[in-house]
Design a protein around this ligand. Structure first.
Ligand SMILES: [Ca+2]
Ligand SMILES: [Ca+2]
Length: 126
């Protein structure tokens, strides 16, 4: 989960991160990847995202590493799908990260800076 905050910051808007910014970034992501426009990400849409992200541009990745990553990616979906209906909403994406966000936010000002994110490794375990 921590990694997913870092990954989100990395691949989405970057630091500093707030919950509001995270929500905005997920809204943008859902708008882009919600192929059937039901305002949520289905498991199939999630897996397709993975296929797009980890396709030909990750040439150094072995098939073994890729399949581990793929499995972790599905676990991530299940962890974030808080009501277990097989769809991720923006609310679920944010809600599933709130506890981790508060942990990473070492000075509790509602803002996660790059240095807080770096300093968090090991302190805020999944
Ligand atoms: Ca759900
Ligand atoms: Ca902070």
């Amino acid at each position: 989960m921590i990694l997913s905050i870092l990954a989100a910051a990395h691949s989405l808007g970057g630091y500093p991160v707030t919950l509001a910014k995270m929500r905005h970034d997920f809204e943008v992501m859902v708008a882009a990847d919600d192929l059937d426009h039901d305002r949520r990400i289905s498991r199939a849409e999630w897996q397709r995202l993975f296929e797009v992200e980890f396709s030909a541009n990750r040439l150094s990745m072995t098939p073994e590493n890729r399949s581990v990553l793929k499995r972790d990616n599905i676990r991530e979906f299940d962890r974030e799908d808080l009501d277990h209906d097989g769809f991720l909403t923006v609310d679920e994406m944010v809600q599933s990260r709130v506890a981790d966000f508060r942990c990473v936010d070492a000075n509790h000002d509602g803002v996660v800076t790059r240095s807080e994110a770096k300093g968090t490794m090991g302190r805020c375990a999944n």
